[in-house]
Design a protein around this ligand. Structure first.
Ligand SMILES: Nc1ncnc2c1ncn2[C@@H]1O[C@H](COP(=O)(O)OP(=O)(O)OP(=O)(O)O)[C@@H](O)[C@H]1O
Ligand SMILES: [Mg+2]
Length: 246
């Protein structure tokens, strides 16, 4: 495992972060009315993240592990800025690109071509920069034939291909990936993993969520295991994976 020296810059700092969601207890107007009259709570707070803290150093590759509903995607959304914490703080350094939900960041009525420019702009690229890399983006995605089709007709795998291609052709410092690689076919997954390794070798910070435990223990040095919205383990990725399987 790579040693973290004091001199290396911190890339992500998450400090005592809490995120609550409301759980509804009524499902009809009548029930809501009856509950309100009886002064029963209509919702209760659910602690999706219950005080998590960790720091990630520049160039680390970290797997975020845990069972369904343990808070992994919520954590990535906080890192990407899509969500704000209720308490605590989230700091990131540099440009962050998130591949978090299939189709997120795409406009359904625009073509693949238009969405490349839209996505790249969201990631902080100018029109000229995007134009210069446009051919590479399309070539990597291998969906040239459909590039002028509205993306609402795209399959999950085609969304992934376009989103991934745009993200890796931008100047990112932190790349967040949530499970979406699993909708890609095997050849494309392999190609993505090779590219992710290259980015890691180039010193980018990676945070990867996946239920493919063998893949993440190979790809990542470090594993953070979430359980019921808390950090249950933070250490070597193979140890984190072993704990998941216990
Ligand atoms: N917008 C929301 N509104 C209400 N509850 C939510 C919301 N987003 C997440 N949750 C809840 O927070 C908990 C954590 O969700 P999260 O998506 O972070 O889990 P996860 O670890 O990514 O799980 P999975 O492995 O299934 O992807 C879940 O119980 C989920 O129902
Ligand atoms: Mg998730």
């Amino acid at each position: 495992m790579r040693r973290i020296s004091e001199r290396e810059a911190r890339s992500i700092v998450v400090e005592d972060v809490h995120k609550d969601f409301k759980l509804r207890h009524t499902h009809s107007i009548k029930e809501t009315f009856v509950a309100a009259v009886r002064r029963k709570p209509l919702t209760t707070d659910f602690h999706a993240l219950d005080g998590i803290s960790f720091e990630i150093t520049e160039g680390e590759s970290v797997a975020l592990l845990g069972f369904n509903g343990s808070g992994k995607s919520t954590t990535l959304k906080l890192l990407s800025g899509v969500l704000q914490p209720d308490r605590g703080s989230v700091l990131t350094r540099g440009r962050v690109a998130g591949l978090i939900e299939v189709g997120a960041g795409f406009h359904p009525d625009l073509s693949g071509r238009e969405n490349i420019f839209l996505n790249a702009a969201i990631l902080g690229m100018s029109k000229a920069e995007t134009e210069a890399r446009y051919d590479d983006i399309v070539a990597f995605s291998e969906i040239e034939k459909f590039i002028d089709t509205e993306v609402k007709h795209y399959s999950s795998g085609m969304f992934l291909r376009l989103a991934f291609s745009v993200a890796i052709h931008t100047e990112v410092d932190i790349l967040l990936i949530d499970e979406i690689l699993s909708v890609g076919d095997e050849p494309f997954q392999k190609k993505c993993l090779a590219r992710i390794r290259e980015l890691h070798d180039a010193g980018k910070t990676l945070v990867v969520v996946s239920h493919d435990l063998d893949m993440v223990s190979k790809l990542c040095d470090r594993g953070i295991l979430l359980r019921d919205g808390k950090v249950a383990f933070d250490g070597a990725s193979d140890e984190a994976v072993a704990m998941m399987r216990r």
